[in-house]
Design a protein around this ligand. Structure first.
Ligand code: HEC
Ligand code: HEC
Length: 360
């Protein structure tokens, strides 16, 4: 009898505990779900025909959430020590993500000795900086944050600011499935955003790649003939849809280059004075020109190629036309060449709201 009572008692307690559990349901599930939307970058078929598809690192495939986060980080001033500059302070959309100032000013009021570089179609490239010292966009994005003449910050400081901000942990969760932020995730997101910065919608594309010859004026046609003809500009600013052969070359700026260029990275004397061949897409918007901003205008650049190339420059590229005393373009030819260069402007790219500073 006693035993039965005890058993009934225990059973009652058990049922009671069980009921209790039911009345206190588990906390509501996380309202955010990690379910990334994989996307691809849109570009014309002729780009693929010339240079193949854009390559993405297998551990950093493009997602809608990753790109949105990268865009926010690209415009994020918390990345700099004084919280006053972002990547976009030196890479401005209206200037093809280049800096209109000859030398960019870092947070400490210091200036570098190189012109910032345009960020255009870099998803198709694999050597970055004027001297090629980085080979991924992810790797590249590590550098400005800690560079003393740029953002002059430390990664632990950046990570702690982002981690303690109201918005970022959730955004990292949506993009990468974790709220624990680290520098690798920051640069991954930024690189994803940069890969979306493609520009193939210029008048030149309509004329040359889409075959609508009515869009060029006679002057632009003449300029194009110089570009691929006597000027041999396409030897390096190649007709592969990128307007760069993605190589490093010396175009004859100096007898004695003050900046060693590619040699700084490789250590080889045969690389002295070689610099990355920049794309000419949106060149009208990305003045000043050359690694040290020595030319303020396209007129100055064209004058240089016409009569200023220094044949005794170390490692002068074999693809530089050797015309003895120079190309010696007439004023008309110079104007034509410049008119052609301006057909490489892609206004949709320079004003696309998807690439501008996000509202939140
Ligand atoms: C203070 C100005 C400044 C800031 C801020 C800055 N950059 Fe730059 N950026 C430069 C300069 C100058 C260069 C060229 C440096 C060199 O070649 O040594 C450059 C080069 C680059 C390149 C190489 C492009 C190519 O064609 O090889 C990329 C990509 C880039 N920056 C992205 C970024 C990102 C992403 C950020 C933010 C995390 C950033 N930059 C912040 C000035 C800046
Ligand atoms: C041998 C390869 C080569 C040839 C040929 C060549 N370039 Fe260049 N070009 C370069 C390199 C390399 C640079 C960057 C040099 C530097 O900054 O030190 C450059 C820079 C430029 C720039 C400035 C780009 C920027 O973002 O600052 C313009 C504009 C330009 N070239 C136009 C032309 C034109 C027009 C022609 C034909 C008349 C031409 N190039 C022929 C290799 C070449």
């Amino acid at each position: 009898m006693k035993k039965t009572l005890i058993l009934v008692g225990l059973a009652t307690i058990f049922v009671a505990i069980h009921a209790c559990r039911k009345e206190n349901p588990a906390p509501p599930p996380d309202p955010l779900v990690y379910d990334p939307t994989y996307i691809s970058v849109e570009y014309p078929a002729y780009v693929k025909a010339y240079i193949g598809d854009m390559q993405h690192p297998s551990d950093n495939l493009l997602t809608e959430q990753g790109v949105a986060l990268g865009r926010k980080l690209f415009y994020e001033k918390m990345l700099s020590n004084t919280q006053t500059i972002s990547c976009a302070s030196c890479h401005k959309q209206e200037n093809a993500f280049d800096d209109p100032r000859p030398f960019s000013e870092g947070t400490n009021g210091t200036f570098g000795d190189r012109n910032a570089m345009a960020i255009v179609n870099l998803g198709f490239e694999n050597r970055f900086f004027w001297d090629g010292r980085r080979n991924t966009l992810e790797g590249q994005a590590h550098d400005p944050v800690t560079n003393p003449i740029e953002m002059a910050n430390t990664w632990p400081e950046v990570v702690s600011r982002l981690q303690n901000s109201p918005a970022y942990p959730d955004l990292f969760f949506l993009a990468f499935g974790t709220r624990t932020i680290d520098s690798n995730l920051v640069v991954k997101a930024i690189a994803q955003f940069e890969r979306t910065l493609v520009s193939f919608n210029s008048k030149f594309d309509t004329y040359y790649h889409k075959g609508d010859t009515t869009v060029f004026t006679q002057q632009e046609k003449n300029g194009f003939e110089i570009f691929i003809g006597k000027g041999m500009c396409n030897n390096c600013h190649a007709m592969n849809s990128l307007l760069t052969d993605r190589d490093f070359r010396n175009n004859g700026l100096d007898v004695n280059p003050a900046d060693d260029g590619l040699q700084k990275f490789t250590g080889n004397a045969s690389d002295r004075g070689k610099f990355k061949v920049p794309t000419l897409r949106n060149i009208e918007a990305s003045a000043p020109y050359m690694h040290d901003s020595r030319f303020a205008t396209l007129e100055e650049v064209v004058n240089f190629y016409s009569s200023g190339v220094i044949q005794s420059s170390p490692n002068l590229d074999v693809h530089m036309p050797d015309f003895g005393s120079g190309l010696n373009l007439t004023n008309q030819e110079k104007a034509d060449l410049i008119a052609f260069l301006k057909t490489l402007t892609d206004n949709e790219f320079l004003t696309n709201p998807k690439f501008s500073a996000p509202n939140n």
